[in-house]
Each structure stands twice: as structure tokens, then as C-alpha cells.
Design a protein around this ligand. Sequence first.
Ligand SMILES: [Fe+2]
Length: 240
Amino acid sequence: MDTKKSAATLAEVLANSYALMLKTQAVHWNIVGNQFYGIHNLTEMQYTDLFAAVDEIAERIRTLDEVPPATLQEFSKLNKIAEGSGSGDAREMLSGLIDANKQMGAILREAIDVMDDLDDYGSEDLLVGRLRVHEKATWMLNSVLKEFIATAPIVKPLEKPEEKEEAPKKVEAKKEEVKKEEKAAPKKEASSAEKPAPKVEAKPVEKAPEKPSEKPAAKKEEPAPAERGKRRLFGIDAKG
Ligand SMILES: [Fe+2]
């Protein structure tokens, strides 16, 4: 059995598993939104599994009496998984993590074929187990992403069409109200002009009769001169 080739193949799996662990932790730390709690817990389960996996893979290399890579520089030379920005839109982060798990699966399938050719069944069994883990992780992350896609069209179409339909209706309604007000405006002005007018005229009319009422009272006193005339006729005044 070519242990060096087995160790070199395992070292590639180790480095990519380490990179995927960091990528999973980045989602765990920086995910935001309504799905935070589920994704936060799911990614914690996944990076915890990867942390144990890199230890098991490295110790498998030691079991083959080889030395595993143990620095970030060595890992970066062997790593094929894109690190990404580590933050951003929840969908993009989930999609990036799904792609990384699929890529990890592809790396594992190639490594399994190598181990099978080398008759390294111990390493092959380890890697087959890792393949099942990442296939399951892909399924679970995809299920969360599908919920995003399923809920998004339900929310957006209900909000946007209503806003677009209501907006022109409101504008038309306002235009009609303005037209009605413009038409009603002269009527209101005429009616308002008519209403104050009687009030103004009513006051002088009411006051006017009061003064004339005093004059007639004086006219009522006029009979006195008539009586005086009578007295004159009777020659009373002439005598007085
Ligand atoms: Fe945590």
C-alpha cells in the first residue's frame, strides 16, 4: 500500500475540510434575518462535526506513519474551496455553503476512488463516511434555501402589486376630489355670500323699525294738536 499517496490524498481532504469548517463558521457568525435561529444552529452542528472530522483525518495520516499538514500556509496550498467574503446576503451565504459542501463531496469521491485503487480500505471507509455527512449537509442547507425561495414570491407579489394598483387609484381619487372641490367652490362662495348678507341687512332692518316706532309714538302725541285744533274751534286757546 502506498501510504505516502494515501497520506497526500488525505491531506487534501484535511485542508479542504478545514476551509469548509471556517466557511461554515462564517455563516454561523454572520447570518442575519428571519432564518437566523435555524441556520445558526444548523451551521454550529456542521462546523462541530467538521472540527472532529479534521482531527480524525489528521490522525488517520499519523496512523499511516505520515505527517499531516498543520499550518494555514500548508492548508492554503491544498485548499480548493472558495472562502468567500464571510458575510452578506443570507441567500448568497447559504448558496456559497451549499456549493462548498457539493465541492467537498466531489473531492471526497475522487479521494475514495484513489483509496480504493490503493486498497487503503481504512482510509476509504473514513472518507465514505465523510461523503455521507456532506451529502446530508447539502440536503439540509438546500431545504433552508428552498424555504427562502418559496416564501419570497409569496411576500413580494402581495405587497408590490397592491402598492402599484393602489397608487394610481389614490391619484385618480385625489384628482376627482380636486375637480369636485373646484366645481363646488363657486357654489359655496355664492351661498356663503348670500348667508352673511341677510345677517348684515337684518340688523339695520331690525334697528330701523325701532327708531320709526319712536316717531309714530310722537305722531300719536300729534292728536294733541288736533285736540288743540278742536280747542281752537271751541275757542278755548283763544281765550287762554
Ligand atoms: Fe456559536
